[in-house]
Design a protein around this ligand. Structure first.
Ligand code: UT7
Length: 332
């Protein structure tokens, strides 16, 4: 019997830094408002022609293959969680597989907004547990700047571009490490509060949809905020409870980076202090499917084999969930 373990993580953020100060010149806002309401100071933007989400995925996977000493031809499957695919089809995962030389892999994209990486990691883990596949890469990546209206101060201050990738491999169940348990949830009645109005099959692109700015992310922030606080905290608390984990057992909470106030509420509910919360929202903002692998990448050097991590996310859909992961290797 095997379990799926994360055996490597790597991330990528583009070079361009969009600061709160620059946003002050674009919309009616202030560094003080953004910092106190969200915790964000700056975010990254992928600039240049022909630069899509696959660029984030390719850079993440190339770094991952190099640091884990993995031959790309050994990869069985690539799952790319994103809501900003390079194009509606083919899947961004296929484009990434081609560019990194994963010739023997099949792949597909997974759409679950900010919970995408969590859903993808759990899906990848099941493929590994089946015994059929040995090396699965799960990417969480978004180029949010492609779907953000930079005249809308309620959304443009939150989002940024970036992401990361993990390698999942089988380990004996007795090792007691890996993806231990997950609770994943969805409620489609939340769609009106966070969605993109046009560009899908219900409302294909027309001159009017473009003129009406309907190809951007639309969010009713305070409603989403309320659902996010309750659901992310509930599900994180539940996964601890059903696995008999106390705050002392947890090395890190790895929360989706949407708003520092949502993260603080989740940590409070779990009874854990700030020193045990992975946080990089001040530098990257909300990268949607990218936040969790970016956190793991940033904190990798602090992780030791056996560390208990609670991953938690909430996002468009609504989708949300939490996973208990026992880290599988000493990073240094
Ligand atoms: O990752 C996917 C899931 N998404 C989330 O989890 C995001 C959840 N929502 C949030 O993080 C917050 O709701 C926001 C950061 C989006 C907004 O913060 P808020 O504290 O909920 O503000 P609000 O929307 O209730 O607006 C409060 C006030 C309003 O002014 P009035 O009507 O009280 O005069 C807004 O117009 O703040 C105003 N406002 C701003 N002021 C300066 C909204 N955006 C800005 C801004 N700068 N950028």
């Amino acid at each position: 019997m095997v379990r799926a373990a994360i055996t490597g993580v790597h991330g990528y953020v583009p070079d361009y830094i969009l600061t709160n100060q620059e946003l002050e010149t674009m919309v009616e806002t202030s560094d003080e408002w953004i910092t106190s309401r969200t915790g964000i100071k700056e975010r990254r933007i992928l600039k240049g022609d022909n630069q899509g989400t696959s660029v984030i995925g390719i850079n993440s996977v190339n770094g991952l293959l190099e640091k884990t000493g993995t031959d790309p031809e050994e990869i069985d499957l690539i799952i790319c969680a994103t809501v900003t695919p390079d194009m509606p089809f083919p899947a961004t995962a296929n484009i990434i597989a081609d560019k990194v030389g994963a010739k023997n892999a099949f792949g597909y994209d997974l759409s679950a907004a900010c919970s995408g990486f969590l859903f993808g990691m759990d899906t990848g883990a099941r493929y590994i547990e089946s015994g059929i596949y040995k090396k699965v890469i799960v990417i969480g990546a978004d180029k949010m700047s492609a779907i953000i209206d930079y005249t809308d101060r309620t959304t443009c201050i939150i989002f940024g571009d970036g992401g990361g990738a993990v390698l999942l491999e089988p380990v004996p169940k007795d090792d007691n490490v890996g993806v231990m348990d997950s609770i994943l949830k969805a409620d489609g009645s939340g769609a009106p509060y966070l969605h993109m109005k046009a560009g899908g099959s219900v409302k294909p692109a027309t001159v009017e949809t473009v003129a009406n700015r309907e190809h951007f992310a639309y969010q009713e922030g305070s409603t989403v905020f309320k659902f996010a606080v309750t659901n992310m905290a509930d599900v994180a608390a539940k996964i601890m409870e059903r696995n008999n984990l106390t705050a002392e057992d947890i090395r890190f909470l790895v929360p989706h980076q949407a708003n520092k106030r949502i993260i603080d509420a989740t940590a409070n509910r779990m009874g854990i202090g700030e020193d045990k919360v992975m946080m990089n929202i001040e530098r990257y903002g909300n990268t949607t499917a990218g936040t969790l692998p970016l956190c793991l990448w940033d904190y990798e050097s602090q992780l030791k084999k056996g560390d208990n991590l609670i991953l938690a996310a909430f996002g468009g859909g609504f989708t949300w969930g939490s996973s208990w992961v026992r880290w599988a290797y000493d990073s240094n």
